[in-house]
Design a protein around this ligand. Structure first.
Ligand code: 5GP
Ligand code: MN
Length: 349
């Protein structure tokens, strides 16, 4: 038996939208990760199995190759490539699901069209402090992934039987990736009850692990070696580490989207490093990834210094300026916020 986390009122309201809706759009956050894609496609497969004929997943921009084995990825509309079509679908939707984000800012250029759409909007998400732009807001930060919430949502509507193997694979992928293959945020026993149900749907969890984690190019591994040898700076007094990569360095290693995935976690395997930041030059800004182990709230650090946010142990942000400036901001943050005394960091400071 799985605890009823999502309120009954929200489930019933969203269930009505599911039953009555004809044109469904599912939107997820920029630079979609495994949970963004897994939750969106999990819900997509369910709605198709239910009998809905017009269901589309729309993402702001492209996503890594190692997620493209998931059933349904070929039908995802990438807004950056087909803005007019994507916006027309959003405008004509009668039900719009917002998955794995809780603020229109997180979908960048899709934010305007989503907010303007008259569709009934349902948010399913697990980040802190949801913005108020949906009719139904299912926001449960204690959940380890949005994919787990999608599983709970489908079951609570009474439609477990309509959760097919394709949906189960996608949901499992999101649960796996948002917990670092069940190595953090993953002590909640019910996670494993849900996995057990997904296994009964016929998924091969070992194969999913391999497809996501063991499909990289030689150049990615060499880039990783370069990062560890040349580019990782450790700040022992702060129990922190920093990795930076410029566009030039990325080009040198034939970088493709996803090649730097997980690099931010590498320094955390050093015994005394509890906070790790990775700054990567993107087209017109710097992408910041932050991770921590234990109590250091990298979401507060991300909010304060990098215009971002996220979870306590996994956050992100952006920086508009030079790499040198971003490093200076990081180092200033380190000197002000001692990760060993994270209780000194007050929320909303
Ligand atoms: P990643 O480092 O993998 O891009 O992001 C880790 C987590 O941080 C994401 O799951 C998301 O919750 C959050 N995140 C990443 N980038 C941003 C950002 O720019 N703004 C906010 N608010 N959260 C972010
Ligand atoms: Mn997530």
């Amino acid at each position: 038996m799985i605890t009823k986390i999502i309120s009954e009122e929200k489930i019933q309201k969203a269930k009505k939208y599911v039953e009555k809706g004809d044109n469904f759009v599912i939107v997820t956050h920029v630079t979609p990760d495994g949970d963004a894609l897994g939750s969106s496609l999990g819900l997509y497969h369910f709605l198709v199995e239910y009998g809905k004929e017009n269901v589309t997943v729309i993402v702001p921009n492209d996503f890594p190759q190692f997620y493209k084995w998931m059933r349904g990825t070929k039908d995802i509309i990438i807004h950056e490539k087909y803005p007019d079509y994507a916006e027309e679908l959003i405008q004509n939707a009668d039900v719009l699901f917002c998955l794995d984000f809780n603020d229109p800012k997180r979908i960048e250029k899709l934010g305007g069209p989503v907010v303007a759409s008259e569709a009934r909007k349902v948010m399913i998400d697990h980040h802190l402090n949801p913005a108020d732009f949906c009719r139904v807001t299912m926001s449960y930060p204690e959940m380890s992934s949005t994919s787990e919430m999608v599983f709970r949502f489908i079951c609570r509507m009474g439609f477990f039987d309509l959760l097919n193997k394709d949906a189960a694979e996608c949901i499992y992928t999101g649960m796996m990736t948002d917990t670092g293959s069940f190595t953090y945020n993953s002590n909640q026993p019910e996670i494993y009850v849900i996995i057990s149900e997904l296994l009964k749907k016929g998924i091969d969890k070992d194969l999913i692990y391999r497809r996501v984690n063991q499909v990289y190019s030689e150049s990615r591994l060499r880039l990783m070696g370069y990062v560890l040898y040349e580019k990782m700076k450790v700040y022992p007094e702060s129990k922190a580490a920093l990795i930076t990569l410029t566009q030039k360095e990325l080009n040198q290693f034939n970088y493709v989207t996803g090649d730097a995935e997980g690099f931010v976690n590498l320094p955390l395997s050093i015994e005394d490093v509890e906070f790790s930041v990775f700054i990567r030059e993107d087209k017109d800004y710097l992408k910041i990834s932050l991770r921590s182990v234990g109590n250091f709230p990298c979401n507060l650090f991300a909010e304060k210094y990098f215009n971002g946010g996220g979870h306590k142990n996994a956050s992100g942000g952006e920086f508009y300026g030079s790499l040198e400036q971003a490093v200076a901001v990081f180092e200033e943050g380190l000197s002000l916020f001692n990760p060993n005394k994270s209780e000194e960091i007050k929320p909303n400071e």
